[in-house]
Design a protein around this ligand. Structure first.
Ligand SMILES: Nc1nc2c(ncn2[C@@H]2O[C@H](COP(=O)(O)OP(=O)(O)OP(=O)(O)O)[C@@H](O)[C@H]2O)c(=O)[nH]1
Length: 276
């Protein structure tokens, strides 16, 4: 064989070797592609199977999907609980407000209750003490009220009390504090009012009540009131002022009813209830 022929042959062999090598590489590439496809499938399956374990410590692993599901369930439950609690708080606040209103407003007359009246009175007295201005108290009682109930019934008595509440309020100023002290007894705290002015107000109210009629089943009912008036002495406790007004009221009843009587002004008690 010539050397040219040898050369051609070896060139041919070389080409064959290159082609084989290329085919081998393609086969290997196919294997790599199959591997990648397999990996992607495994990853996808793994994701959907929702097993994503997170190692927390040597002994504990956490399944993230389970934990997530539990957490969102608990969150929903907590939100529902929270909404229920908010509703309950709102309901309690409304109830408290209603209780406060019931405790401070007399249902029949719409005036302050005794308790609320005393609270407001104490507050006013302290304020007056600070500013050095006067304060008076009126204590009122409907005369022979038992007779109204006995003659016309309890409902008629209630109607008279209700009507009196309206007259009482309308005879006073905006800043005055009228209340129902109990039964057919009433009281008013008059801030910045000295004895003479308070007595005038009491007289005006007494006159209006005496002139008024309460309509009841076509039959007008008439009542009168007796009033005791006391002005607070500086440093005097509210209950002492009320006690003096009560004594004046007793005197008004004793002197014939449908009257206004002034309480004697006493010096401040020796033990000294101090004004703040
Ligand atoms: N209808 C009605 N009557 C009441 C109410 N509270 C108290 N009374 C009545 O008021 C009357 C008060 O009677 P007494 O304390 O004897 O006094 P009075 O008849 O007004 O006589 P004097 O106070 O002495 O003028 C009683 O019959 C009570 O039942 C009420 O809310 N409604």
């Amino acid at each position: 064989m010539s050397s040219d022929a040898d050369e051609e042959f070896s060139l041919y062999a070389h080409e064959q070797a290159v082609i084989r090598r290329a085919e081998e590489m393609l086969e290997q590439l196919d294997e790599v592609a199959a591997g990648v496809r397999q990996l992607a499938r495994a990853y996808q399956d793994g994701y959907h199977e929702s097993r994503r374990m997170v190692r927390i410590s040597d002994r504990m692993q956490l399944d993230l999907h389970d934990a997530n599901r539990t957490l969102s369930l608990q969150t929903r439950e907590l939100n529902a609980l929270n909404a229920a609690l908010l509703k309950e708080i709102e309901r309690r606040e409304q109830l408290e407000q209603e209780l406060r209103r019931i405790a401070s407003v007399d249902e029949l007359t719409g005036l302050h209750t005794r308790r609320h009246l005393l609270e407001l009175g104490e507050h006013e007295l302290k304020r007056m003490g600070r500013h050095g201005r006067g304060l008076s108290v009126l204590l009122l009682d409907l005369d022979h009220f038992k007779r109204v109930n006995d003659a016309h019934g309890h409902a008629a008595g209630d109607r008279v009390l209700e009507h009196f509440g309206t007259l009482f309020r309308s005879a006073l100023r905006e800043d005055d504090i009228p209340g129902r002290f109990g039964g057919e007894e009433f009281m008013a705290v008059l801030p910045e009012t000295a004895l003479a002015a308070a007595t005038e107000i009491a007289e005006r109210l007494r006159g209006r009540v005496a002139d008024a009629e309460t309509a009841w089943k076509g039959e007008p009912l008439r009542v009168t009131i007796s009033i005791g008036v006391a002005e607070a002495v500086p440093g005097e406790a509210l209950e002492r002022v009320i006690a003096r007004a009560d004594h004046a009221l007793y005197v008004a009843k004793r002197n014939g009813r449908n009257r206004v009587e002034q309480a004697a002004t006493e010096p401040p008690p020796a033990t000294g209830q101090e004004s703040p």
